[in-house]
Design a protein around this ligand. Sequence first.
Ligand SMILES: Nc1ncnc2c1ncn2[C@@H]1O[C@H](COP(=O)(O)OP(=O)(O)OP(=O)(O)O)[C@@H](O)[C@H]1O
Ligand SMILES: [Mg+2]
Length: 250
Amino acid sequence: MKHDPHPLPVIEVRALRKTFTLHLRDGVQLPVLDGLDLEVFAGECVALVGASGRGKSTLMKCLHGNYGCEAGEIHLRAGGREHCLTTAAPRTVQALRRESVSYVSQFLRAVPRVSALDVVAERALEAQWARTPPPTDDDPLDDRRFEAQVRQAREQAAALLARLRLPESLWPLPPATFSGGEQQRVNIARGFILPTPVLLLDEPTASLDAANRQVVVELIREARQRGAAIVGIFHDEEVRDAVATRQIAF
Ligand SMILES: Nc1ncnc2c1ncn2[C@@H]1O[C@H](COP(=O)(O)OP(=O)(O)OP(=O)(O)O)[C@@H](O)[C@H]1O
Ligand SMILES: [Mg+2]
């Protein structure tokens, strides 16, 4: 691969401002981010450090396109293209999330009746299917190809769940009733199954024991090595020191 002596950041935030307006509380305004700048390059893991309520998770949600902002810009460089997340059409934001930005929130949004294995595998399949051209008369989407894709994604999901020590007996069950740490490991597996250029981690190890924390540290290091640009919130200082290349004070 050609080495670029002047790489551009994968994530570039300029003068970001985010204020919450509480319409049900007489329009009270909560200014959370004001003039925030941030650059994250491929292979970096930037840790956001600061007291509770400073806006760390809010920034993550802005980077994931969940929250809009009043001023400033967020640029993402992924798949050889640059996108301005703050002005992109909803379709583009959706495509970026599907293929380029992985987000591990602290809590899993459990979908009823979907097994833990498929919660993880689906993430890989959705990205794959979005890239697959629609079937034509000459090339109908045949069942065998479809089944092979599902099988491969499930194998990848199983490998990650095994690495994260989720008991195999839980894989066929929907995660809604899992313990906090079990749900978090499903969430982490879902966040890491696709090798996306951007990875957002909001306290990924909060409810994990030491052995599982170590697995997550290894997964983050591997993601850095493959060139992911990572932004993370790690309250556990040992984890932060083990993975972060730089810290930003909030
Ligand atoms: N959806 C929302 N609507 C209104 N206010 C919000 C919303 N989300 C966050 N806030 C407020 O914005 C501020 C920042 O919240 P945020 O969750 O970003 O903090 P944080 O730095 O991640 O804190 P912690 O370390 O406790 O997770 C808080 O005062 C919170 O009350
Ligand atoms: Mg938070």
